[in-house]
Structure formats: structure tokens, C-alpha cells
Design a protein around this ligand. Structure first.
Ligand code: MG
Length: 457
């Protein structure tokens, strides 16, 4: 029965589709020699971490976010592959497009996960189970990759169901998963309650330890406690929320606007970078990359985020929101450099990252990639929108975030930059990403490799 003819509201059905070992699977798909072998994707520097490991590698204990050096010790026979984010972005777009062919209510979580609200399309495409099976088949046929899908009445249940449907790693090799798991409303408690409390959103190590002290190890044991006890243990907000989740009550909606909603690039250096010039050069390269990805997807960004991690792992992020959304490298690096001005850099930087968020369609249909404005301009004191019909207004001066005079392209220059950026994209599309690089990035090889500049004698 496909049509909901019963009394009351239409039942809510959410799917969570999650690519299996995404980056590693893409690498094995594109390089047949890697199939069936342990594959670990990550940087090559001695401080790099694992970005993705396939189930063969996980059988040796390799996990995401583990230092690459440790992964090499655990599984020396693995293929160690540097990440190709531009390729993953392309596969991710196709994955999102498949989801969007069922419903516009698709929320992307990172590159490789989506939530879909299929409540309204059951009559059209079949039961949630049928939709899940179709999505999996299309991902296999069209992308040559696999994903696992959970279905349930809430995000919590759908997400945990997709996890339960995934392949597993074992010392004897990967164990295939069931691929899809559907948990109807009536089975939510019997599905959730045997799980470890750590499965719930928001249960980190600290709250898990507190709950264990209360004798709570499973979701069911948490549900059985009076809510007042949970609040006494974890505080008002967290206590209330986790108790609700333990009963399967999760009202969160699928939020389509949030899909893929930041594009970024970050680098961890084998030796902390101390020179400001060196940091600036890297920022320019990164900002250029990020801006290229933003334009590639036909987007513009409201906000640029700078991330800095120091040698002691203290991590800071700073953001700047443009008066009008931008997609050019100079607007991004100008903002990022001004943000860097506000940070203490004396002891060197271990990790540097630039990302673009608040992404909007650039209105590329006109053929002019950076046609503006796009929706309401963010409120910035004294900001003026770009002249109507002009391609792009320059970034706002960064007086609020910068002690130095920022070099900011003015409105006229903004238009010129937009044109130049399109030309850059055209050249890269033809000759590859390395064909053009910003002039500032032509630093001497020593710096480019992440080493300290030589000490003066
Ligand atoms: Mg995944």
C-alpha cells in the first residue's frame, strides 16, 4: 500500500544515506589495482592524519583521524593515497543529485552523507524501503560506489539505522552489511534501547562516563531513568535532550539549505610555520583553491573562515562576513590575511585552514557567473550593495578585524576580478589545476615543502 489513507497526519519518513568509506572507495574505483586491497587516504607529511580507510584497512585497526604514521605501522601493506578532494567533490555532487531526484528535501552533511525527507513522495516512488533500495542501486550503477541507507521517523533513528546497515571490518576481511535498514515508528524503542548510550547524539566521553557512574550503559537504561535524574547528572539542556532522544523523540527537520555548506581546505605542516610571509603565501594558495571550488560549483560565499592550530593543539577560528557574497581568490585571501592579523603567531602554526561558508547559488544562468545580489545582503554597518547590474562588488574593507590597512579590490576591480577568475577557471578546466597559480605562491621550494626557512648563521 503506497497511499496514506489513514486518519491523522502523514507518517514522517526520513532516510539517511551514507557513502561507505567514501574517499577510499573512490580511489579503489578509479584505480582497479587497489580493489580488494587495504586503502588508506591521507596526506604524506609526518603529521598527516587518515582521511578515510576502506574496510580492508579497518580490519587492521586503521581508523579515520588516526595519525598516518600509526596507520603505516598497523598496516604497512596498505596502499597510501593522497586525497583528491576535487574528485570527491564531483562524486559528492552526483550523489546529492541522485538524492534530489526523489525529493527537494535533501540535507547534505559533509560530502558523503545526506538526509532525505521522503514523507511526501511515498505515493510517487514507493515505500521508504523501496526508495532506499533504488537509491543504493543508482549509486552503484551511476557512481560505481556503495552507500548504506537507514530509514526511520527521525534523524536520530535514520542515522543509527544506516550505521547498522553498513559493512563491518573484521580480521578476516570486510563483512558485507545489509545495505538498508528500515525502522518503523512501532519498532523505534526495540531498535534504540539495546544500543550503547554513546550512540546518541551529544553523548561525548565526559557525559558517557557520568552516565556509566549512574549505572547507565544502554539507551534503554537511560530511557528508564526519571528525566530529573538525567538532568541532575548532565545539566538541564543536555539532560532533557538526551532523555528525549532515548525515547526516540527527535523533532529535527531535514534542512535542505544546509547541503554541502562549507567548502574549505586545510594543511597540517610537518614543522610549525613561523614566518608571516610564509603563512601569507600559503593562505593565498589555499584561498585560491577554495575560491576555485566555490566557483566550480556555481556558488558564492558570504563568509570566509580562517582556522589556525598552534603547536600545542590550541585551535582558533575567525570569520569575516562580506557585505556582498564573493567567489574570487583575492577577496578570500584579503579576508583571511586580515583575520590572521588578529592572531598571535609568534610560536608558529601547525595547521592552517581557509573555508568558505554561507554559500549561495551565484545565479549562473545569466552566463555571468557572479551576478549579484543574491537574497538579502548580510547586515554590515555602512555596507552598500554593489551597483545594480554590475558583476560583483568588492569585499568590504576589513577594518573591524584588521589592525593593518587591508588591500581590498574596489567595486570596479571586483568586476575585473570576477572576469579574471572566470578566465582562470577556463584555463584550469583545459590544462589542469596546476596550470595557473597566484604569483605570491611562487615561494622557494623550501617553504613550499613545509620546512622552516633556513636560520640565519
Ligand atoms: Mg560515510
Amino acid at each position: 500500500m503506497r497511499q496514506w489513507a489513514g486518519p491523522g497526519p502523514v507518517p514522517r519518513w526520513l532516510l539517511h544515506a551514507d557513502m561507505d568509506a567514501f574517499y577510499a572507495a573512490v580511489e579503489a574505483r578509479d584505480e582497479p589495482g587497489l580493489r580488494g586491497r587495504p586503502v588508506v587516504v591521507g596526506g604524506t607529511g609526518n603529521r598527516s592524519v587518515v582521511a578515510s580507510a576502506n574496510y580492508e584497512a579497518r580490519g587492521y585497526g586503521v581508523r579515520s583521524a588516526m595519525p598516518m604514521a600509526q596507520a603505516r605501522r598497523l598496516c604497512p601493506q596498505a596502499a597510501f593515497v593522497p586525497p583528491r578532494f576535487d574528485v570527491y567533490h564531483r562524486y559528492s555532487e552526483s550523489f546529492h543529485a541522485i538524492a534530489l531526484s526523489f525529493t527537494p528535501l535533501v540535507e547534505g552533511i559533509g560530502l558523503d552523507e545526506v538526509f532525505l525527507d521522503v514523507s511526501g513522495c511515498v505515493a510517487l516512488f514507493g515505500s521508504p524501503a523501496e526508495i532506499a533500495v533504488t537509491i543504493r542501486r543508482r549509486v552503484t550503477e551511476e557512481l560505481g560506489l556503495s552507500c548504506s541507507i537507514g530509514a526511520g521517523p527521525s534523524k536520530l533513528v535514520a542515522k543509527l539505522a544506516s550505521k547498522a546497515a553498513k559493512p563491518r571490518a573484521s580480521t578476516r576481511g570486510p563483512v558485507p552489511g545489509r545495505g538498508t535498514l528500515v525502522v518503523p515508528e512501532a519498532e523505534v524503542h526495540s531498535f534504540l534501547w539495546p544500543l550503547a548510550v554513546e550512540a546518541l547524539w551529544g553523548v561525548g566521553q565526559a557525559s558517557a562516563e557520568r552516565l556509566h557512574k549512574l549505572g547507565v550503559n544502554t539507551v534503554g537504561e537511560l530511557a528508564a531513568l526519571p528525566v530529573a535524574s538525567v538532568v541532575a547528572c548532565l545539566g538541564q539542556a543536555a539532560g532533557q535532550m538526551l532523555h528525549s532522544l532515548a525515547w526516540g523523540r527527535d523533532p529535527r527537520q531535514v534542512e535542505p539549505g544546509r547541503a554541502a555548506k562549507s567548502i574549505g581546505h586545510e594543511e597540517t605542516y610537518s614543522t610549525d610555520i613561523v614566518g608571516r610571509q610564509d603563512l601569507d603565501a600559503r593562505l593565498v594558495v589555499m584561498a585560491d583553491k577554495v575560491a576555485g571550488h566555490v566557483r566550480e560549483q556555481g556558488l558564492v560565499a558570504r563568509t570566509v573562515v580562517l582556522k589556525v592550530r598552534y603547536g600545542d593543539f590550541k585551535t582558533l577560528t575567525r570569520s569575516h562576513t562580506f557585505a556582498t557574497p564573493q567567489a574570487t581568490a583575492p577577496s578570500f585571501w584579503t579576508a583571511a590575511r586580515a583575520l590572521l592579523d588578529g592572531l598571535e603567531l609568534r610560536d608558529g602554526v601547525r595547521l592552517l585552514g581557509v573555508s568558505a561558508s554561507g554559500l549561495l547559488e551565484s545565479g549562473a544562468s545569466s552566463g555571468q557567473q557572479l551576478q549579484l545580489p543574491l537574497g538579502p545582503a548580510p547586515a554590515v554597518a555602512g555596507a552598500r550593495a554593489g551597483p545594480a547590474g554590475s558583476a560583483v562588488a568588492g569585499a568590504r574593507p576589513l577594518a573591524a578585524t584588521s589592525g593593518r590597512t587591508a588591500i581590498v579590490p574596489g567595486p570596479g576591480e571586483g568586476a575585473a576580478w570576477a572576469k579574471a577568475s572566470q578566465a582562470v577557471d577556463a584555463v584550469r578546466a583545459r590544462f589542469g589545476a596546476g596550470a595557473l597559480r597566484p604569483g605570491t605562491s611562487l615561494v622557494e621550494p623550501e617553504r613550499a615543502k613545509g620546512r622552516r626557512p633556513p636560520e640565519p648563521p
